[in-house]
Design a protein around this ligand. Structure first.
Ligand SMILES: [Zn+2]
Length: 347
């Protein structure tokens, strides 16, 4: 099956014919003693495979943690993973650093010999795209929302500085791999025996959110259109996100994978907490504006009752109010608020 799609030349392996469990044992041993590369077995250091879980047949997810991106975790905080078909693997988000991308790639090659054909980015945020470069090779097509390339280009100068200051990562322009395949409306990717149905959404969490539905397992990947546990972060449109949340349940799925939260959740029940929070925010901001309150008053007063429901609440809630306040001020007559600074690390 490996020959059905082009693939990069295989990395030299010290013992390619060995059974995988034994290879895994060797890899673990190599980590203890400094890596096989250092012993002269291979010129390529072997990345430690990322911990993954098979949540449905051929669907693998690595669970992120609810942490702020920092130099210790390098922003490796999002749920990322891959789907294995008969002749193609599709990666869904690549992680918060090139190293995490390499570890995800190691997890894929440890799991299957089927080649990687697609790397799908659910949106522009660093914790979802900074592993992209690890996958760049002939035969791999990058896939994203039609607005993703513009978002990458606009944010790259700021993100490069932020990566160094906040994450301790030295990046350059090549780390932002824009999509080869852009999704304007919908796009189907045939992996062999299963199809991924991609939808490009209007402005919601960001202006470049993509969802992925796997037909074989009826698993829905929502990226950061769905936050669970980690407080939702608005970097697109509060009202647009609420509209998307109302439309998403028309997708019939057996399970959903959020961008941040448990690796799978019940569908569409999983949307309830995020919907409640965002609806309450919109309601309270409108009330504050009707009462002629300032943005500072709104930021101090609104939504404190939600604090116990969400992790990282104090890190993002006030900014969500500021973002929603600016948007709703423009609710009528103009539906498009002015472009804002992308701000600090957005998950
Ligand atoms: Zn995000």
């Amino acid at each position: 099956m490996r020959d059905l799609a082009p693939k990069e030349p295989p990395t030299p392996s010290p013992m390619p014919s060995l059974a995988k469990p034994f290879c895994n044992h060797l890899k673990a041993l190599s980590l203890l003693i400094g890596g096989l590369g250092n012993l002269g077995f291979s010129s390529h250091p072997i990345a430690e495979p990322l911990a993954i879980k098979e949540v449905a047949n051929g669907v693998y997810v690595h669970q992120g943690s609810h942490l702020l991106p920092n130099p210790q975790n390098h922003g490796e905080i999002a749920n990322i993973g891959f789907v294995v078909g008969n002749h193609c693997v599709a990666v869904i988000d690549t992680g918060g650093s090139q190293e995490q991308g390499q570890r995800l790639k190691a997890a894929i090659t440890t799991t299957t010999e089927v080649p990687i054909c697609y790397v799908i980015n659910t949106h522009v945020h660093p914790d979802h795209i900074y592993g992209n470069r690890a996958f760049k090779s002939p035969g791999v097509e990058f896939v994203g929302h039609y607005r993703l390339a513009a978002a990458m280009a606009m944010r790259a100068p700021y993100y490069l500085v932020q990566a160094k200051d906040q994450l301790g990562l030295t990046l350059n322009a090549e780390d932002f791999v824009p999509p080869d395949l852009e999704v304007r409306d919908t796009l189907d990717l045939d992996l062999g025996g299963r199809t991924l149905h991609l939808i490009a959404h209007p402005k919601a969490h960001t202006d470049n959110d993509l969802s992925i539905f796997d037909t074989a397992s009826e698993t829905l990947w929502l990226g950061d259109l769905l936050f669970m546990g980690h407080v939702p972060v608005i970097d697109g449109s509060l009202l647009g996100w609420l509209k998307t949340i109302d439309q998403l349940p028309s997708i019939t799925a057996k399970r959903v994978i959020p961008g941040h939260g448990p690796i799978t959740a019940l569908w569409p029940l999983a949307l309830a907490g995020e919907k409640r929070y965002l609806e309450s925010l919109a309601h309270d901001i409108r009330a504050a504006q009707k009462a002629n309150k300032t943005i500072e008053q709104a930021m101090n007063e609104i939504g404190q009752e939600h604090r116990a429901d969400w992790q990282l609440f104090d890190d993002f809630h006030r900014r969500n109010i500021a973002s929603g306040f600016a948007e709703l001020e423009w609710e009528d007559p103009s539906p498009e608020p002015p472009m804002k600074n992308p701000g600090r690390s957005n998950p």
